[in-house]
Design a protein around this ligand. Structure first.
Ligand code: ADP
Ligand code: MG
Length: 263
């Protein structure tokens, strides 16, 4: 389903896309169960600042659960998750600190339907960050301009297309000034003609040097933007590599089978 993107390839400005040796996320020996179901198995993953990682794998392989653990929307039971030097434990202070560093964009936008676009974007800055309203609105308008929908600021989410709603969701996350962005299949609920506008927004973020973890099956995006592609199956990281090697020379049979089904 990456045709929408592939047919309109754009030149990518890589001048700010460096990977540093500073660790952004460090996951060690992490395991998680839902009841008796062992959903994540011995996950080890170090993400360096500036990385653009694409996570792919069959439905049910644990991709969403993994990225939801990174901002504690899900709780892990074994091992450690350290985000920007803060370990995620039951300590609420740490959870708050990590959440303020990490933005998340979901498949189904998760905007507040009864709030305008602008109010969606200013809610957390005003109530969580105690930013003055006027300043929060100025920041929100700046980000709405960056995702190219400032003219929609006073509308309600239901009046916007899916692609526009997803760009609002991205702008809303950016208003909290995150250092890391997590995306969970941000384009899979969108009609093909809207996929490109959301991918374009994600590319712009990558060009600005944002550290990004993206669960997506947009393999055109993975080839062009990712520095690393991770394949998950049955709760494990089965294989990871730079995109070129990952796509041209997959190692495991499970990766080969998956790629043969989606490419
Ligand atoms: P993916 O995003 O790769 O499709 P998920 O992380 O959503 O996979 O789910 C992994 C597995 O965990 C699936 O089998 C799913 O049914 C199960 N699962 C997800 N969330 C829950 C939950 N809250 N309770 C019980 N099982 C869950
Ligand atoms: Mg999922």
């Amino acid at each position: 389903t990456d045709t929408a993107f592939d047919t309109e390839r754009r030149e990518i400005d890589r001048s700010h896309m460096q990977v540093s040796d500073e660790v952004a996320i460090d996951i060690r020996g992490m395991n998680k169960w839902f009841g008796a179901f062992h959903v994540l198995r011995d996950i080890n993953l170090t993400v360096y600042r500036g990385e653009r990682i694409v996570i792919c794998g069959p439905s049910g392989s644990g991709k969403s659960t993994l990225i939801r653990c990174i901002n504690r929307l899900e709780e892990h039971q074994q091992g450690t998750i350290v985000v920007d030097g803060t370990e995620l434990t039951s300590d609420l202070k740490n959870i708050d600190r990590v959440r303020s560093e990490v933005g998340m964009v979901f498949q189904h936008f998760n905007l507040f339907p009864h709030l305008t676009v602008l109010d969606n974007c200013t809610l957390a800055p005003i109530w969580v960050r105690k930013t003055p309203k006027k300043e929060a609105e100025e920041t929100a308008m700046r980000y709405l301009e960056r995702v190219k929908i400032p003219e929609q600021a006073l509308k309600y989410p239901g009046q916007l297309s899916g692609g526009q709603q997803q760009r609002v969701a991205i702008a809303r996350s950016l208003c909290m000034n995150p250092r890391i962005m997590l995306f969970d299949e941000p384009t899979s609920a969108l009609d093909p003609e809207m996929i490109k506008e959301v991918l374009d927004t994600m590319i712009s973020l990558a060009e600005e040097g944002m550290t990004m973890l993206c669960v997506t099956h947009e393999m055109g995006f993975a080839r062009q933007v990712a520095n690393r592609v991770i394949f998950m199956d049955q709760g494990q990281i089965v294989e990871q590599n730079e995109p070129e090697e990952f796509f041209n020379n997959p190692q495991s049979d499970r990766t080969k089978l998956f790629l043969s089904q989606i490419l």
